[in-house]
Design a protein around this ligand. Sequence first.
Ligand code: PGA
Length: 282
Amino acid sequence: MTNKLMKMRAQHAIARQSRRHASALVVCEGTGKFVVGGNWKCNGTKDSIDKLCASLNSGEITADVEVICAPPMVYIDRVQSKLNAPYQIAAQNCWVSKGGAFTGEVSAEMLKDANIPWVILGHSERRSLCGETNEFVGLKTKYALDTGVKVVACIGESLAQREAGDTLNVCFAQLKAILDCVTEKDWENIIIAYEPVWAIGTGKVATPDQAQEVHAGVRKWMSENVSPDVASKVRIQYGGSVNAGNCDELAMKPDIDGFLVGGASLDGEAFVKICNSAAHSK
Ligand code: PGA
């Protein structure tokens, strides 16, 4: 089968699954402040990062949005000294417990000590490339929160899981592993990032309806398994090929409370535009 045919088949399967789920979900909208994260991943040099900071600083960010940038660990200090308010900083990962003999790792205590308020945990690249399990992500989340570092917790299904109709079950299992470790109060300091793996870095963004459907399902699950109050307040970001051209339409969906942006967050102008899509939210 050609690549094109395979892609078309995948697209149809995704659309089919979406239609199947749509009718089963009750929508209860989110009430939290719109929040956009820029996940710079393992990209950049001193030079390119300085330029990106300058470009971000020159953009006007609406007061309706909270913005969190996650540079590569080695450049965080540099970025902290260059980025102005309202930009906040996140690390892209941290260790599961207190620091010590863990070569190559960074502890939550170190993030706290370095005044880094946020950490992204459970990104699909770490789950798939570094073997992080749901349980491990749950433990990491709790440890970071207890150390005073807030968490962007990533969930999301692979293409095969979506095609098998398992999207929500996969997301719920990932959330359950976090739920098992945290208290109800901890959710005040957690952002959920729904990032379908098939949409990350592929240019194949979920349609607004596909994303809304999962976000609504996640919020319903949160309502039933934590509380309606937490469910309405918790912010659920969408991530996966968000760009300056598709952000406004996605932001209009009632359960999309922001974005986690990879590729487009390396372009200052595009990222500022994505942040300001908050104006279209609800
Ligand atoms: P992308 O990445 O925007 O490049 O698809 C999103 C992410 O992995 O957080």
